[in-house]
Design a protein around this ligand. Structure first.
Ligand code: GDP
Ligand code: MG
Length: 439
């Protein structure tokens, strides 16, 4: 992937005392290849590489940085700029603020109406979810289920009334009932067609939305840019939500959409659950692409719940794989406040790959309480050295925690798998640091 390639390149640079023009050249060739491989628009790559090259060669290396770090800093800054620089926020208007979601079928429109509603509820706003997709079977039901889950009102007129009329009446309803936001779900198609665009344009002219958010699947790479361009030229989109960034995306979409179309990316979708959404931070995305992990997002998410030192310490432990059951317990407690464990781990540097295995281990949030009880019933030595836990100890722990021996076995197995994965990961990282050249 892009992150790995860049990391490889930069690890090579890191060992250098001084950085000559040829080093910059070589590094830039790697960066260019990596970006092209990640499906970034050709012209974007060309401009980008040129800009970085100019800056890298022309500038004196900062005293506090090694030449390699200096190049990383420049690449990072330019990647950030490429993705829009500042975080782009939602328009602030007199309520109700009308937001229309558009995009191809399966991009995540309906899901993100729900996620956005949830974010707004957290800000004590009252959203109205509007069922404007009358074509896809079960689309209305899907939104109603989300509405129930959120305890948010869903406006539907069934599938026999036109989307234009639905949007119009929904806006009226929201005005009367004091909703702060009107979130209009719309139909998508597998491909852009005139009929769809025509209908979306009519909805747009009927309700005059404050935001038209294009929902794009990040996994579609270069295609996402073409899709964005089409929607933008016909609807004058005001922002994008980049979905499925939790998957094994090549990241090309995030890099190109803003640069090619000028559409600011406002949110990132990072999972199927209702809270799997984040404001899009170009600088953090740049770091993520560079393989440094999104530690900042992790820290912000934790806010008052977890202090920075602890997060750093945790990250260090994960890197070094000296992670004990005590740390596991500590983490579980924080996870309860932070959100799903898979998301949390996904933000740790390099953990995206390792997560594949974790999902199989299936750490169910509902079981956290039981896991806590089990670990608390262990002695300090058992927590550091689980190998000593023989069958009589297992029985004692099960009894002490009010669980069964099978529960204890399962936890130990999961923990062992997690540790194995971390060892593998940190082994890989160490090899890379030694400057191993293989790809
Ligand atoms: P729509 O046709 O644009 O309304 O798309 P949906 O909202 O129905 O979503 C299509 C599928 O993508 C569903 O299975 C969602 O659960 C899934 N999905 C949506 N957003 C995300 C995301 O950010 N990450 C992942 N992994 N799946 C997502
Ligand atoms: Mg839908």
């Amino acid at each position: 992937g892009l992150a790995n390639r860049l990391q490889d390149t930069f690890n090579r640079l890191r060992g250098k005392g001084k950085l000559g023009e040829s080093d910059v050249k070589e590094a830039m060739r790697e960066v260019r290849l990596a970006l092209l491989e990640a499906d970034v628009n050709f012209k974007v790559v060309k401009d980008f590489v040129e800009k970085v090259r100019e800056r890298a060669v022309g500038q004196e290396v900062l005293q506090s940085l090694t030449p390699g770090q200096h190049v990383i800093k420049i690449v990072n800054e330019e990647l950030t700029a490429l993705m829009g620089g500042e975080q782009a926020k939602l328009a602030v208007t007199k309520p109700p603020t009308v937001i229309m979601m558009v995009g191809l079928q399966g991009a995540g429109k309906t899901t993100h109406v729900g996620k956005l509603a949830r974010l707004l509820q957290k800000e004590r706003k009252k959203p109205l979810l509007v069922a404007g997709d009358i074509y896809r079977p079960a689309a209305i039901k899907q939104l109603q289920v989300l509405g129930e889950q959120l305890d948010a009102e869903v406006f539907s007129l069934g599938d026999q009334v036109s989307p234009v009329e639905i949007a119009k009446q929904a806006l009226h309803h929201a005005t009367i009932h004091g909703h702060d936001y009107v979130l209009i779900d719309t139909a998508g198609r597998l491909h852009i067609d005139e009929q769809l665009m025509d209908e979306l344009q009519r909805v747009k002219s009927e309700v005059n939305p404050d935001e038209i958010l294009l929902v794009v699947d990040a996994m579609t790479g270069q295609d996402a840019v073409n899709v964005a361009q089409s929607f933008h030229s016909q609807l004058a989109v005001t922002g994008a939500i980049l979905t499925k960034l939790d998957g094994d995306t090549r990241g090309g979409a995030a890099l190109s959409i803003r640069a090619v179309t000028g559409i600011p990316i406002k949110y990132a979708g990072i999972g199927e659950k209702i809270d799997a959404i984040e404001p899009f931070h170009p600088d953090r995305m740049a770091s993520r692409i560079l393989g440094m992990g999104d530690v900042l997002t992790l820290i912000e998410k934790a806010q008052a719940n977890i202090d920075k030192d602890k997060a750093m310490e945790m990250e260090r432990k994960l890197r070094n794989a000296d992670f004990t059951l005590d740390d596991f317990l500590d983490q579980l407690q924080q996870v309860k406040q932070l959100g799903p464990l898979d998301q949390l781990l996904g933000m740790m540097p390099g953990m995206n790959k390792a997560m594949k295995g974790l999902q199989n281990a299936n750490v169910d949030e509902k079981q956290i309480g039981r896991v806590e009880a089990i670990i608390r019933s262990m002695t300090p030595i058992e927590r550091i050295e689980p190998k000593v836990i023989d069958s009589s100890r297992r029985k004692r722990i099960a009894k002490g925690s009010g669980t069964t021996v099978q529960d204890v076995n399962r936890l130990l197995k999961q923990f062992e798998e997690m540790q194995k994965m971390m060892k593998q990961f940190s082994g890989m990282a160490k090899k890379m640091k030694k400057g191993k050249k293989g790809k």
